[in-house]
Design a protein around this ligand. Structure first.
Ligand code: B12
Ligand code: SF4
Length: 448
């Protein structure tokens, strides 16, 4: 028996395509819980053409909302040829009825327990329409993803790792808690260690003499050359202080560079910053979201205090850790001044990298329900639900102003004078990494 797992890709204009692509964990997780007698292949449509004539017994599709329409087209092609199609991932989980118009079965939520059941039914010719468990999987049962099924040539050499699932917060634009549960589920450190050992050697990045010589050019260079780079995709790497410190100490043993997401409050925890800094943390990805307390309260992120943002950036920088910030524009308390406010903050506080997204009411989230109730959603073409397009009527500006404003923020954040002021002026914080990251977006926004 053979299963094809596909990550679809929508056609994008050149100016919307990023230069560096990251790998992904979802399909490698699904492959990891596939019975070993089944042949599995993963196809990433961003790089490979799908061969609809390939002899396979079952197709599995994953999709975030903007690629759902493409996933449905692919499903149609296979089903025309008599091959059954299953869909999983966040979009199908939020809108299973819609997905079932296009595919034979949907897995709602985590797949680790349901996928093996689905396969069992499929072998018996008794595929059900919906698979869903009423419990979240135990974090110790998270398998080691089959990264070996991804072609490393396609991706930026940065490994993705998940150490925790879930989030206790209720941000109205985000589906993570609904999907992965309203509490943090930390994987056992021994499991994380086992997984890390498949990715990196637990030893210094290179002999001290070489490292010192290369560090004369740049401190990060040895890590890039040896590809000891890690992105921890958890919603909050600082969620549990004890766990976070132990994780940091484990990462230190591998001598690598890493980054992950955490709330702005981490800036005020000296012990965590110290631990993270010593473990090779080159960036914390912080969702600042907005400077308006009214917006933050309305979105359920009242734990962010804009009056602390500047001090927070300074404190994190003091530990040699950079900041990748994200902002959301088009919120109900935003007027056209919001764009300049973000640009000024990014440049003056020397934010190392920053992305500003247009509010996107992803299906299944509270923001979708609210805007739908208020009759403000004017576009339900899911391809436009990528946080770069306006799909609802903002309150204090036109949708064109919002679209233009967001693009202006990107252009000015990634302009060469801004990159010079934020990255190249001392004090330097992982300048090699941030220069590469910023220049990529400079290239992209030049075409806008
Ligand atoms: C890492 C990440 C990225 C990376 C890598 C993306 C990738 N393909 O993995 C990058 C930076 C590229 C990225 C980009 C974007 N992302 Co993103 N990303 C994440 C993040 C933080 C982790 C994803 C992950 O690996 N999760 C862990 C795995 C295990 O979970 P999973 O993907 O859901 O897979 C499980 C199940 O869903 C199921 N499953 C999934 N697929 C399939 C398929 C089959 C056949 C089966 C049976 C089961 C199954 O099995 C898996 C194991 O249980 C999530 C938040 C989160 N915690 O999930 C956001 C998230 C997925 N991203 C999101 C968004 C909005 C985006 C962007 C649109 C823009 C943006 N604002 O960031 C782009 C669009 C990318 C695109 N494809 O067009 C939203 C998606 C909302 C939605 N409805 O689509 C999320 C949920 C964040 C949020 N706050 O809401 N993202
Ligand atoms: S935005 Fe972050 S903090 Fe808020 S619910 Fe989503 S994962 Fe949790």
């Amino acid at each position: 028996m053979k299963i094809l797992l596909i990550s679809p890709e929508r056609e994008r204009k050149k100016e919307e395509a990023f230069l560096f692509r990251l790998g992904f964990l979802n399909l490698p997780y699904v492959a990891a819980v596939t019975p070993p007698d089944i042949e599995v292949r993963i196809v990433d449509e961003a790089f490979e053409k799908i061969n609809f004539e390939e002899k396979v017994d079952l197709v599995g599709l994953t999709a975030q909302t903007p690629v759902a329409p493409r996933a449905y087209q692919i499903a149609g092609e296979f089903r025309k040829r008599g091959i059954p199609v299953v869909m999983g991932g966040v979009h199908a989980s939020m809108l299973p009825e819609e997905a079932l118009l296009h595919v034979d079965a949907v897995i709602i939520g985590e797949a680790e327990e349901t996928w093996p059941l689905l396969i069992e039914d499929f072998r018996k010719g008794k595929l059900k329409r919906i698979y869903q468990t009423d419990r979240l999987i135990h974090p110790a049962a998270v398998p080691l993803p089959r990264r070996d099924l991804l072609n490393p040539k396609f991706y930026f050499p940065l490994k993705l790792l998940e150490t925790t699932r879930g989030c206790p917060h209720h941000c109205d634009f985000c589906g993570v808690s609904k999907f992965f549960g309203y509490r943090y589920r930390n994987r056992p450190l021994s499991e994380i260690d086992r997984e890390l050992a498949t990715l990196f050697k637990k030893e210094p990045v290179m002999p001290p003499l070489f490292k010192r010589a290369l560090s004369l050019f740049n401190r990060d260079l040895p890590y890039f050359l040896k590809r000891k780079l890690l992105y921890i995709i958890d919603s909050n790497v600082a969620c549990n202080k004890q766990f976070a410190l132990e994780l940091a100490s484990l990462l230190k043993d591998y001598d690598l560079l890493w980054y992950g997401h955490a709330p702005v409050s981490i800036a005020f925890d000296q012990k965590l910053l110290e631990g993270f800094s010593q473990s090779g943390c080159m960036a914390i990805n912080i969702g600042f979201e907005s400077f308006s307390p009214k917006n933050l309260k309305a979105m359920g992120k009242g734990f962010n205090h804009p009056s602390h943002y500047e001090e927070a950036v300074q404190r994190i920088h003091d530990y040699g850790i950079g900041i990748m910030g994200t902002f959301i524009v088009g919120l109900d308390d935003d007027d056209p001044d919001v764009f300049q406010r973000i640009i000024d903050f990014c440049i003056h506080s020397k934010l190392d990298w920053a992305l500003t997204f247009i509010m996107a009411p992803y299906p299944g989230t509270e923001s979708f329900q609210r805007l739908e109730r208020e009759g403000r959603i004017f576009c339900k073409d899911w391809e436009k639900y990528d946080s770069l397009n306006v799909v609802y009527q903002p309150l204090h500006m036109s949708s064109e102003e919002l679209q233009r404003g967001m693009r202006r923020v990107w252009k000015e954040t990634f302009s060469l004078p801004s990159i010079y002021r934020r990255i190249l002026k001392k004090p330097w914080i992982h300048p090699f990494f941030y220069l590469v990251m910023n220049l990529q977006f400079h290239q992209l926004t030049k075409k806008w």
